[in-house]
Ligand binder design. Sequence first.
Ligand code: HEC
Ligand code: HEC
Length: 509
Amino acid sequence: MRLQIVVICLFLSSFALSAIEVEQVEAWSTTHPSAQIEEFLEWVKIKDPSQLSWFTLMRKTESSQEATPTDPRAIVFGPTAKFIFTFNGAPTSKGYQEIEMIFFREIPQARWEMRKLSFSPQDKKNSFSGPNPSQCLSCHQNPVRPIWSQYDIWKGAYGENDDAIPDFDNDKYVGGGLTEEHLIVRKKEWIDFREFLKKKDSHSRYSKLEFPEGSPVSPYSPSGRNFNYRLRPNLKLTESLMSLHAKTLLSKLKEHPEFNKEKRLLLASLLRCEDQIDAKNSAEKNVFTELEVRFLKYDKGTVPWNHKGYTGDISHRHYLLYLLGLEHSDFSLERRPTKWSYFGGELYSEENLMMDLYASIKKEDPKLPAFHYYDQYSREVTLPEGATEDLRTLPELCLELLQSRIGQGGTEASGPIPLKSSFATCVGCHHKNGEAPYLPFEDPERLKDDKTIIELIKNRIGTADPNLRMPPLRTLSEKERQGIYDWLFSLLNSSVSKGTTSNKSATMP
Ligand code: HEC
Ligand code: HEC
């Protein structure tokens, strides 16, 4: 019974996940011409209660809407950040009668859209702006995107440092590693926040916000390094924005005329396949060498030197992204995105971009195998999520992606073309320049004529002996093994005659 309740709750909460959309706000503003900001907040609460439970508060801001420590600028972003709006709380602050908004829109393609909803208590007439008012562009760039910093400093926000507001009076461990200067600043943050907490319940606007439970300084954490995202709104906003922003980057990539030709290589480089391939495997290596040459020819000096492979980090993914029209600064959501830093945005959005790209290729080509890998936090990730089909390892997927590239004639050192997708995992080691004995997978006629090889293959994939079993690092699924047997069988019974072009034979069964 209890389980059932949990299931129902999950089911209900999944409804709330569709965020409020532009058209709904627009309709509300026309039907409520004389409403005030408080009524807007009440409408949001009815429409999507989860929206008001995710927010952060700016005690200082560089934006066009003013903030003070006791009347901060609230950034309300809901569980997904697909709809974000802001308001402040002091009648004397600039922008007191305005709500600034950003929507994430998916149709016809992923992009951001900004709007302003202005209220006027005198004329009792609100107005909803068109998309992307020019006054927003000076800071939010064009095309528009949100402005938000990376883990773990969010300047001007409460919880500025790691989402934490420690208790400076009672926690004897607080302040240990801080300089005197920092100590004063952070202690002030804590005092200001307590002031704010005292008055928020009686405030006509802040009282509408839903403060999560579990912290005396909710929505923030009483100490740093908290794993509970519920009390980490600044980090949660960073991660949500990055994952949505990656979708806009993929939309932009798709507009490039070369995208379709290069998308598998792009996936391979986002997966850092260069680290996975065997150094002696010249065909695969050439794919990346060729990419490097192309990049150096076109680089107009906008890619930072430390992304050009002069250090240990040979960033083929940055070469290819650049060649497909994305500059490094496109990833950043910083207020001044030209400045490069390690946390400049790539950290989160590259991984998201890789996942979105994988999903997009998989949608067009369901034969793209499922795989698993370890992410930057060493967490095991399976793509597609929850896949039950047989999983490839990262090196295996890399080989398949690069093989398809070589198969397109993308490099001079054209390698073998796998005859059947199941053989793709074999070809990586067994091609002409490979470490393993050459097996003529790309040449069905030769394979067909050599019954010994066929027997060997059957034995090697059928045996339970780990010293003999192929492939050496992985167990084939029953389906894959059967696929190879079937293919060999049809090969033996086919009438491939001498003289057919290898291209034609390659598309056999
Ligand atoms: C003077 C620069 C500036 C202008 C102009 C500006 N913003 Fe912003 N905006 C910011 C900054 C900086 C932030 C980061 C958070 C903060 O400081 O409040 C931000 C944050 C936001 C956010 C919260 C989500 C996010 O991006 O972090 C929204 C929504 C927003 N702005 C909407 C607008 C709209 C709509 C306009 C135009 C009507 C606008 N802004 C004009 C600087 C500006
Ligand atoms: C990671 C590299 C690797 C992969 C992947 C791989 N092999 Fe091998 N294979 C080897 C090596 C190395 C040898 C030689 C050592 C040995 O005999 O075990 C070998 C030997 C063989 C032999 C014996 C060849 C001979 O002349 O004795 C056969 C047959 C074979 N592999 C088939 C396959 C098939 C079929 C697949 C795919 C399902 C496959 N291999 C995948 C590395 C690989």
